[in-house]
Design a protein around this ligand. Sequence first.
Ligand SMILES: Nc1ncnc2c1ncn2[C@@H]1O[C@H](COP(=O)(O)OP(=O)(O)O)[C@@H](O)[C@H]1O
Ligand SMILES: [Mg+2]
Length: 244
Amino acid sequence: MISIQNVSKWYGDFQVLSDCSTQVAKGEVVVVCGPSGSGKSTLIKCVNALEPIQKGDIVVDGTSIADPGTNLPKLRSRVGMVFQHFELFPHLTITENLTIAQLKVLGRGKEEAREKGLALLDRVGLKAHAHKHPGQLSGGQQQRVAIARALAMDPVVMLFDEPTSALDPEMVNEVLDVMVQLAQEGMTMMCVTHEMGFARKVADRVIFMDRGQIVEDCAKGEFFGDLNGRSERAQQFLAKILTH
Ligand SMILES: Nc1ncnc2c1ncn2[C@@H]1O[C@H](COP(=O)(O)OP(=O)(O)O)[C@@H](O)[C@H]1O
Ligand SMILES: [Mg+2]
């Protein structure tokens, strides 16, 4: 579903991604971890062409982002993205937040968009909040709305960039629960997260990045199984995040 092929990217003189390659199969859940500044967010943004790449290619469900003929807005409409900060429209109700892109990007009718939005709101456990504005919801609730909003576009893959790292601790699980459910339903997911409990529960593979490179890319069992088999950088990183 996602094929990242020898991708390199520079910001000016600074090389942020170096020859990154990996694949995500349909229905697969891949967790991306690694130290701050290692290029995780950049890699995720490249997948839906929010950032251009200078070398290599990324193919999403058969569509190449490097091909000048590709309709990037159309590609992006099929790739759900959830960021650390939920970025809901503060002046719109939850229902309006869930329908606006369906109306404007997909051209769905009002009633269809509303039904779809409310069904997804129900799925993330927030049906009763449809009429509210984002400011009236907690951070965890807003992030669940952001997930529902992405799902309303019928994405072929979902990308997550540290969706729980800005939340108060007691709200982390309600968001992870929604993500676990999605994973178990067979959604193709690429998730930047340091929630290793989530990784252990639903990831098929774990990618470890360091300084713009994919240093480790292995099955979950292998990643968590034998730490001695991991690269030195991955061992140091895991030692830091797993001891507390
Ligand atoms: N728009 C930008 N312009 C220049 N440098 C950037 C930009 N975005 C990110 N960087 C740099 O690229 C590196 C990787 O950033 P990022 O992908 O956000 O890492 P991560 O998500 O792993 O913390 C960092 O050194 C960061 O400072
Ligand atoms: Mg980041």
